[in-house]
Design a protein around this ligand. Structure first.
Ligand SMILES: [Zn+2]
Length: 364
């Protein structure tokens, strides 16, 4: 067990405790945003904020964990490491730190990628007063992606149909329509929902309260599940011609990738965070980056997500199938090994250091 590893936790409740303790050590002001629901053991749930620095600082650097609940094992560990490593003290005087711990606290506690509404928070930032994007490919395969049974003829038939569709349309079309986001199948995968979730509304309130004053707002949003094992890819989901994309490249250099240019392990998605954050912070220049750490294969990920969607959509999340399915999800989004955690911490510190340097040089 290395010094870095003590920052990581075995479950949501331990992660929350470690985060609040680390925030106190770092001299942060904290505030909790309770979620009305409970965790699987009846535990209370809340999103917690830690703020370090001048409350009127014109520049704010934020770190979000657990946008995708189960990915919070990684993001929370990285946040605790940053709070205890001393690195944040190197920020310039005009910069404050805003840590949002477990924004999707329900998903973190239940070891799910989605929110309590089965919504993918990073597909939930659409403007719901406007027509929602279509995903015709997903419509075709929806019933096979998450079948009503995980065994027997229903399951076998679904797998066969999925394979045939994939052979006909190709692997890229398959990967894109599965994960680009869909708004019609509430029990399905990568579902964007019919309106803002609790997690989105809470994050909007947090941003207004803690960063509404800022002129520069930068976010590192911690994710896991795509790309090479342990590598932290910096995914820029702003439009290629936006000033935010130019800022991201200036701060983080050549390792920034862009789904819209086909340079990322992630495809183009509907309802992602950047547009939502820009709406929530109209006075700020928002620079958003997803720090996406690789784990295991996409094929393995799809199966883990399928089983979990089945468990919550058709099964019993506390029933006899739950332990196997939850262990699968947990491993897919949090490889519980020392080498992986060491890679997480190393890259996280590098990315934060680069962001602080970038913000320090900015004139706004
Ligand atoms: Zn994610």
């Amino acid at each position: 067990m290395t010094a870095e590893n003590v920052c990581f936790s075995a479950d949501y409740a331990e992660a929350r405790e470690k985060f609040l303790a680390a925030a106190r050590i770092a001299g942060a002001v904290t505030k909790s945003y309770p979620n009305p629901l409970k965790g699987p053991k009846g535990e209370s749930l809340s999103t917690d904020v830690a703020y370090i620095g001048d409350r009127k600082a014109p520049k704010v650097l934020a770190m979000f964990s657990a946008t995708h609940g189960a990915e919070g094992f990684c993001g929370s560990g990285a946040q605790v490491d940053l709070l205890t490593s001393g690195l944040l003290e190197s920020r310039s005087k005009d910069t404050a730190i805003l840590m949002v711990h477990a924004i999707n606290c329900h998903g973190f506690a239940w070891i799910r990628r989605t929110t309590e509404e089965n919504v993918d928070l990073n597909r939930n930032w659409s403007d719901y007063s406007k027509p929602l994007p279509e995903n015709k490919g997903y419509d075709e395969i929806a019933d096979w992606l998450v079948p009503s049974s995980l065994s027997g003829s229903v399951f076998d038939e679904a797998e066969k149909n999925l394979q045939a569709w994939r052979e006909k349309k190709g692997d890229t079309a398959f990967a894109n329509c599965v994960s680009e986001g869909q708004f019609k199948h509430p029990k399905g995968l990568f579902y964007g929902g019919t309106g803002p979730t609790w997690a989105r509304r809470t994050l909007e309130a947090i941003l207004t309260e803690w960063a509404g004053h800022s002129s520069q707002f930068a976010v590192i949003d911690y994710h896991t599940g795509l790309g090479p094992f342990g590598y932290g890819e910096l995914i820029c989901d702003h439009e290629p011609d936006q000033a935010a994309t130019a800022r991201a490249k200036a701060w983080w250099g050549e390792s920034v990738t862009e789904p819209r240019k086909g340079t990322s392990s992630s495809n183009v998605k509907a309802g992602t965070a950047p547009a939502g954050l820009e709406r929530a912070l109209p006075k700020s220049d928002v620079t958003y980056i997803a720090l996406e750490y690789g784990t295991y294969s996409r094929a393995q990920g799809r199966k883990a997500l399928r089983d979990d969607a089945w468990l919550h959509g058709y099964g019993d999340p506390l029933g006899p199938e739950a332990p196997r399915i939850k262990a699968q999800i947990r491993k897919q989004f949090y490889p519980d090994t020392d080498d992986w955690r060491e890679a997480i911490v190393w890259r996280s510190r590098q990315v934060v250091r680069q962001a602080l340097a970038g913000l320090a040089q900015s004139n706004r």
